[in-house]
Design a protein around this ligand. Structure first.
Ligand code: OAD
Length: 234
């Protein structure tokens, strides 16, 4: 039986593509406090601000491209003989643009909308704004970004937990380990017998739970790691 691999990615994997990470040195996220733009309360209080914030990030997607780390993971997904699951906390579409298929967006996607009137979820390109019309039920002003905000339940947790329990290898790439439940994946995987490795610019908050830590840029570390893994399978 071939080895089963689970890979968790965070903002650091897209940093080399020019996408801003969340926790800058000033503690702000592109000039905003997280609680002003990434909570259901913020959306209820000021939908215009929250939409403007996500509209700007969606617009930026057209200006960035996958980097060598996204491409390397897509290659691993295509060539690894066993199970691979890439779980990303990122809401950009750079993994899929690089060609990754076995991918879950646990924090949602910028390129999707969610209608609060009919509960439909659908692809969304371009600005959303606070007067958006739902393509399913035609309700006006009920569409929000399909993004998991603080205080909301991440997507696909059952599937992720099951994969973590079966994993032989768990890799964490470009994430600070500050936000649960993703920050706890390493402990589940390790407890269930996986080897654990992190690749990040600096030690993450859960660094002690990894068997191995490689420090540096994801666009350099990840291709080397994937080459090594694929070579190990001959
Ligand atoms: P963070 O911004 O918290 O952490 C990014 C990590 O990537 C940091 O540890 C950086 O040192 C590292 N990093 C930066 N550039 C890098 C590079 N070129 N190569 C490798 N590593 C690099 O982002 P996340 O951990 O992804 O949630 O944040 C987790 C969640 O918090 C996000 O998904 C988001 C946010 O609030 C929601 O929106 C629900």
């Amino acid at each position: 039986m071939a080895d089963s691999i689970v890979i968790l990615t965070g903002a650091g994997i897209s940093a080399d593509s020019g996408v801003a990470t969340f926790r800058g040195p000033d503690g702000l996220w592109e000039g905003h406090r997280v609680e002003d733009v990434a909570t259901p309360e913020a959306f209820a209080r000021d939908p215009v601000l929250v939409h403007a914030f996500y509209d700007a990030r969606r617009f930026r997607l057209a200006e960035v491209k996958p980097n060598a780390a996204h491409h390397a993971l897509a290659r691993l997904d295509a060539e690894w003989p066993g199970d691979v699951l890439i779980v990303t906390q990122n809401v950009d579409d750079l993994h899929e643009r690089a060609g990754a298929r076995r991918l879950l967006h646990m924090h949602g996607e910028l390129l999707k909308g969610w209608c609060l009137a009919c509960d439909g979820r659908f692809a969304w390109d371009g600005p959303m704004g606070s007067r958006a019309v739902c393509p399913s039920c035609r309700a006006v002003g009920q569409v929000r970004p399909d993004i998991v905000w603080f205080g909301e339940m991440p997507y696909d947790m059952e599937r992720i937990d099951e994969a973590l329990q079966r994993a032989d290898l768990f890799a964490s790439i470009g994430t600070s380990g500050a936000v649960y439940p993703a920050a706890g994946f390493v402990q589940t995987a390790r407890y269930c017998g996986a080897r654990t490795i992190e690749m990040n610019l600096e030690p993450s908050q859960g660094s002690i739970f990894f068997h191995e830590s490689r420090m540096g840029r994801a666009s350099e570390l990840v291709p080397a790691w994937v080459d090594q893994l694929l070579a190990s399978r001959g």
